[in-house]
Design a protein around this ligand. Structure first.
Ligand code: ZN
Ligand code: ZN
Length: 352
């Protein structure tokens, strides 16, 4: 099988031939159809964060594909089923977080495309329990961005505890932001989309944003205040200035929801304003399997639109450059042509 492999942080990925892995107990082997390129993959490839990815690394945590083989003891997934492999590749199932519905905070979790090989390959292994079923009427191309960008913004909107009629400002319209706008609309919020690129703001309008603010052309704090201020600000951009702007644009009782992860950064907030205005600062990290199931269900019901452009795995390094240059409208998705790789006859895996 072909896989994009990073052997040193900061060096380009190399697409190489690798043997198809064998599923161990509790695992499934998935023949991938698609995998989105999330900004986190670039941080993983660059070794940007304090906890590093394992090397050599196959990145990717928006993998979607078909279960091809079941490891020993797997009874909850079946061969031929379409599943998605999100960032949360495994959680312990026993700790207080797992038990009370916050498995995304499990301290024993491991992450696809980071601690274990991910979806930049034609096949991957997954913990069967964390390979989330994809409904039949959600295409792999749409399912891939929903697997991280979708679940992450969906959970952020949940964590912002929005009531209908409140105003939500979404900072950064891209792979995540274009979905955040839609989830904010779905919970009944008025949505202000903030970005520095006119095309992205046009996309936000098309997807239902009530107002747009081009932060390059006008002061976003003033613009949002002129619109009545924000009750929640969802930060999906990484520019340092955005965090202060979002804070200053909040109304009393406002929620500042941090999602993006700049390579480094410290948030400084005025204590006086935070206390007097009753501001909450909330960190929101991906979502649970249940959140992802809800994201898929909403999409299957026709409530969301996913904006993508497809790429070949061979173009992995150019695709990273495109994302870093900010020239991609929303999400890039690697598509795999693995239908012709399915072994004929005995299923022994020969010739893959
Ligand atoms: Zn991601
Ligand atoms: Zn746990």
């Amino acid at each position: 099988m072909r896989a994009a492999v990073v052997t040193a942080f900061g060096s380009p990925a190399r697409v190489e031939e690798r043997p198809v892995p064998q599923p161990g107990p509790g695992q499934v082997l998935v023949r991938l159809e698609a995998c989105g390129l999330c900004h986190t993959d670039i941080h993983a490839m660059h070794g940007d964060w304090p906890v590093k990815a394992h090397l050599p690394l196959v990145p990717g945590h928006e993998g979607v594909g078909i279960v091809e083989e079941l490891g020993e003891g797997v009874t909850t997934r079946r061969v031929g089923q379409r599943v998605a492999m999100p960032w949360l590749g495994h959680a312990c199932g026993e700790c207080r977080y797992c038990i009370d519905g916050r498995e995304n905070l499990c301290e024993k979790q491991f992450n696809n495309g980071y601690a274990v090989d991910g979806g930049y390959a034609e096949y991957m292994l997954a913990d069967a329990r964390f390979a989330v079923p994809v409904p039949d009427n959600v295409t792999p191309l749409d399912a891939a961005p929903l697997t991280c960008a979708g679940v992450t913004t969906y959970a952020a909107i949940k964590n912002a505890r929005i009531t209908p009629g409140e105003t939500v400002a979404v900072f950064g319209i891209g792979g995540l932001g274009h979905l955040a706008v839609q989830y904010a609309r779905l919970v009944g919020a008025k949505v202000i989309a903030v970005d520095v690129t006119e095309e992205k703001l046009e996309l936000a309008t098309e997807l239902g944003a009530d107002f747009v603010v081009n932060a390059r052309r006008e002061d976003p704090v003033q613009a949002i205040r002129n619109l009545g201020g924000a009750d929640a600000a969802i930060i999906l951009a990484v520019a340092p200035a955005v965090f202060g702007q979002a804070f200053d644009a909040l109304n009393r009782g406002g929620r500042l929801v941090l999602v993006s992860l700049p390579a480094e950064g410290t948030l400084t907030v005025p204590i006086f304003d935070t206390v007097l205005k009753g501001i909450s600062i909330i960190g929101s990290i991906v979502g649970t399997r249940q959140d992802l199931a809800e994201v898929f269900a909403l999409h299957a019901a026709g409530r969301t639109r996913v904006i993508t452009e497809t790429r070949e795995l061979q173009q992995v390094n150019d695709s990273v450059d495109e994302v870093l240059a900010g020239t991609v409208p929303a999400r890039l998705v690697f598509m795999y042509h693995t239908a012709d790789l399915v072994p004929e006859g005995d299923g022994s895996g020969g010739g893959r």
